[in-house]
Design a protein around this ligand. Structure first.
Ligand SMILES: *Cc1c(COP(=O)(O)O)cnc(C)c1O
Length: 232
């Protein structure tokens, strides 16, 4: 399958492999020219950080492929010193880190809790990637959070904190439909005279659909340039 460009190693948790097996797998993937990226999805840095040993980190490292690790973390309280050390071992090896979080009722379905989590993650060099609406699994109903809560959390983050702290909220559509993003709606109206946008503060802006040649032109000697954005 030469069309395969990226290989994702995911659950059961692939960080359960021994360093020897992980290194073998990496070496085999390195031999496939069309595979450019190897991505590991794991909860092991959180569940059992000691497993993410120097030996394991060097086993998954590659000079030939880009290696990414996505960690599953649901609450800032999970980021204990031992967990932070495990994440540092990965980041110090030059492995870009991403996070996945499941929205859990009574655990993290709250904007302040989620903001504390994404800030802690960024400090650990982990880029927040996904918040998931949970899969409809047996025995998990008590954790099922309101979808509207997830959208509210994204609205509470976007503009209110640094942009790359904001993960994408998704529902993994049942039956293999793939991930569907859920976003707060910032587009008030699309009209012939422009798109009307409401920013994170609730202020309304108009932006022309097709900017004309003069829109956005910065006069050379005019420090007090007014942008094309018009506050309505
Ligand atoms: C999320 C997911 C992936 C990876 O999707 P990306 O959006 O590329 O991160 C792959 N396989 C399955 C089954 C998934 O749920």
């Amino acid at each position: 399958h030469p069309e395969i460009w990226e290989v994702i190693l995911t659950g059961g948790d692939p960080f359960m492999l021994s360093p020897r097996r992980a290194a073998e797998l990496t070496r085999e993937l390195e031999l496939i020219p069309h595979v450019k990226v190897i991505r590991w999805h794991t909860r092991m840095p959180i569940a059992d950080p000691a497993r993410v040993s120097d030996a394991f980190v060097s086993a998954i490292g590659s000079k030939l492929k880009a290696v990414y690790v996505a960690v599953h973390c649901n609450h800032a309280n999970e980021l204990s010193p031992a967990v932070c050390d495990a994440l540092s071992r990965l980041a110090d090896a030059g492995i870009p880190l991403l996070s996945q979080t499941v929205l859990l009722k009574g655990v993290n379905d709250d904007a302040d809790v989620m903001k504390a989590l994404v800030h802690r993650l960024l400090r650990m060099r982990v880029r927040p990637y996904y918040i998931y609406q949970m899969d409809l699994i047996t025995g998990g109903a008590h954790f099922k959070a309101d979808v509207k809560k997830g959208i509210e959390i994204i609205r509470a983050l976007r503009g209110h904190t640094t942009g790359y702290a904001v993960p994408q909220f998704v529902i993994d559509a049942p039956g293999g439909g793939g991930k569907v993003p859920l976003n707060p709606d910032y587009v008030e109206e699309v009209r012939d005279d422009g798109v009307f946008l409401r920013n994170y503060e609730g202020r309304l802006f108009r932006y022309p659909l097709v900017p004309s040649a003069t829109d956005g032109a910065i006069p050379a000697a005019a420090p007090e340039w007014t942008p094309a954005w018009v506050d309505r």
